[in-house]
Structure formats: structure tokens, C-alpha cells
Design a protein around this ligand. Structure first.
Ligand code: KG4
Ligand code: ZN
Length: 344
């Protein structure tokens, strides 16, 4: 079965073709970051309008690249949520219209299920069941994954998502949007040990996270070291970025180690935009060696938003016979735990 995947939940327009027999055939992505950078964050209305402009040309390029035609497509998968309502509506409308025109089924995919299953696109795949750590701009959660669609949330952020904390830290340090990669780059110039930031909620039992206090600690530290005209030296800015990144990644590591011990899983999947962070990958790979477990990351470009993960997750559901009615319904808020296994 050949599936066209469409992702438009936030500021990336992304499409892919996944075939159940041959695997991933092609994917294309257009990032809107340059447009939103001017505003220091995603402007929802601009995001939606830009998806409208880019989606059709991207699908054309995708088909050309793969040497396939629309009539080869057996099913459509689009991101139904969670995400920005206007942005989601563009992908959902395109997905439903194409499915209707082609006479093939369409499914609306949960964006975080897409992230969670992205490691399945790699050569060494995890086997079910496993533990998953999802770290994106909107979510930070640990889930016990019994199989596709069977997710038990073990812990999640009570306030900011870790990606959001990266983005806010970048903003207060005057670094470019998107914040995660900027903070990581700035941290490369930092001196370890100058600042020690808290590892929130790690001294308490449980698997929930909280990142808003860490963000406030970063702000307070920056204020304390500003000179009279409210600027930081380049070195102090880099030292703060480094201390923040150390604290955020350590916190994720401590909680994940605890979840592995509690569940007894020997495989950990890490997905979502923050999973592209090099320090995080290094720390988790070291932990995997110490604990004798395996850790699975998607390649960095499939940690952040992409069409391949939506095509893959949608394909599982289409193969199980799922299909939506002809209606454009999006779910800007949608809990991962509400999902059911494909076909149920
Ligand atoms: O999964 P994603 O692309 O979109 C959402 O579903 O939210 O994640 C985006 C988040 C942003 O907060 C971004 O700053 C963060 O992932 N991010 C990173 C890195 N690359 C992206 N955070 C830390 N280090 C990175 N290299
Ligand atoms: Zn995402």
C-alpha cells in the first residue's frame, strides 16, 4: 500500500510517500522558520497561509522525485492534531480532498504518535513493548508503549514542555528562533561548571516533569549578570546556555532511568524535536551502555516535524482498514492516551 503523508501542524509543510512493502520512497519539507524568526515565534495565521502556498508544489515535487503519479497512491494520511487549528485545517482539507478525488481512504494521524513511531523508519527498529520519551515543543512525556496505539502515559510535564523551555531560554538570551538549535550552538562556546542550574522535580518520586522553574532560574541568572545597559557578555551568554542545556538534558535522563527501572523495559525510544539535541543523544547513549539497554532515536531530521512519520503511522492504520468519513475535522488538543490500536 502506497501512502501519501501530509504534515502541517505547526511551521513545517512536509509530505512523504511510504510504501508498506518498499518502505519510505521520498519525502519533502519546507520550513517556515525564516518567516517566523522576525516575530520570535510561530504566528499561527501566517503559518496556515504559508501551508496553503506550499503544499501543492511540495506534493508535485514529491511525486516527480519518486517517479510516481497521484493515481499510484492507495491512501492518504494527514496530521489531525494536536497543533495549530488553522495550520491543521490546511493539511486535513488537502488530505480529504485528494482522498475523495482519488477514491482512496484517508486517516487523520495523531502528531505525537507520528513522532513516537518515527524510529520505525530506521534500519534498527525497536521491538514492542518499549518505553518512549517524547520531547517536542508542545509535549514532554514518558509512555509505556505496548504496541501501536497502546500508550500508557507514565509521566508528563506539569507546565512548559522541554522544547518550549529551550525556545524561551533562547528568547531571553537574545538568540534566534527556533530556540533549541540556537541554545545548543551557543552552549558549544560555554565553560562547564561556572553555573549549576536545578534539575527540577528529580528529588521527588514520580515521573512528571516541570520546566517553568528552570526557565525562571535561567532568567534570574541572566538578570544578575547583566551589565548596566542590560547586556550579557558573550561568554556569560554561552555559559548560561550550557548550564541550561545540561540541566534540561540531565532532568530527562534521570526521569527516563527511573522509568526504565520501574517498568523493566530494556528499550527506550526518544523522539520529537529535542531528540535532535546532540548532548541529549550523547548522554542517553552513555546511559544505555551503562544500563545495558538499547536506545533508539530517529535520525535528527526525523526527530523534528516531517511527513515520513505521518505517512508511516497512517499506513499502519490504513492497513488495518481504518478510514475517515468525508469531513474536515481537526483536533488542536488531543491526548495520546485516547488513541486505540489500529483497526480497533
Ligand atoms: O517535534 P518538533 O519539531 O515540533 C513539535 O511537535 O513541537 O519540536 C520542536 C521543538 C522546538 O521547541 C525546538 O526548539 C526543539 O524542538 N528543538 C531542539 C533542537 N532541535 C529542535 N531542542 C534542543 N536541541 C535541538 N537541537
Ligand atoms: Zn512535532
Amino acid at each position: 500500500m502506497l501512502v501519501l503523508g501530509i504534515e502541517t501542524s505547526c511551521d513545517e509543510t512536509a509530505v512523504a510517500l511510504y510504501d508498506s512493502e518498499r518502505g519510505l520512497l521520498a519525502d519533502r519539507l519546507y520550513s517556515q522558520t525564516a518567516m517566523h524568526a522576525e516575530y520570535g515565534g510561530v504566528v499561527p495565521e501566517l503559518a496556515a497561509r504559508d501551508h496553503i502556498r506550499k503544499l501543492v508544489p511540495l506534493i508535485r515535487e514529491l511525486l516527480q522525485e519518486s517517479g510516481l503519479c497521484l493515481s499510484d497512491v492507495d491512501g492518504i494520511a494527514y496530521t489531525r492534531g494536536p497543533g495549530l487549528a488553522g495550520a491543521l485545517l490546511v493539511g486535513a482539507t488537502m488530505g480529504q480532498a485528494l482522498a475523495f478525488g482519488l477514491g482512496v481512504p484517508a486517516v487523520g494521524v495523531h502528531h505525537m504518535e507520528g513522532h513516537l513511531l518515527a524510529p520505525m523508519l530506521e534500519e534498527t527498529r525497536p521491538r514492542f513493548p518499549f518505553l518512549a520519551l517524547l520531547v517536542s515543543g508542545g509535549h514532554t512525556l514518558l509512555a509505556d508503549v505496548a504496541g501501536p496505539g497502546a500508550y500508557t502515559i507514565l509521566g508528563e510535564s506539569l507546565d512548559d514542555a522541554v522544547g518550549e523551555a529551550f525556545d524561551k531560554t533562547a528568547k531571553l538570551l537574545g538568540l534566534a528562533y527556533p530556540g533549541g538549535p540556537s541554545v545548543a550552538k551557543e552552549a558549544e562556546q560555554g565553560q562547564a561548571g561556572r553555573f549549576k542550574f536545578p534539575r527540577p522535580m528529580t528529588d521527588r518520586p514520580g515521573l512528571d516533569f516541570s520546566f517553568s522553574g528552570l526557565k525562571t532560574f535561567t532568567l534570574t541568572t541572566a538578570r544578575e549578570h547583566e551589565d548596566d545597559d542590560h547586556t550579557l557578555t558573550d561568554q556569560t551568554r554561552a555559559d548560561i546556555a550550557l548550564a541550561f542545556q545540561e540541566a534540561a538534558t540531565d532532568t530527562l535522563l534521570i526521569k527516563s532511568r527511573r522509568a526504565l527501572q520501574q517498568t523493566g523495559h530494556d528499550q527506550l525510544v526518544i523522539a520529537g524535536g529535542v531528540g535532535a539535541n546532540k548532548l541529549l543523544r550523547q548522554k542517553f547513549n552513555e546511559m544505555a551502555e551503562q544500563e545495558n539497554i538499547s536506545v533508539h532515536f530517529p535520525r535528527p531530521e526525523y526527530c523534528t516535524d516531517n511527513g515520513a512519520m505521518i505517512a508511516y503511522a497512517g499506513c499502519l492504520r490504513l492497513l488495518a482498514g481504518e478510514s475517515e468519513e468525508l469531513a474536515v475535522v481537526v483536533r488542536p488538543r488531543w491526548k495520546l492516551s485516547e488513541l486505540k490500536p489500529p483497526g480497533e
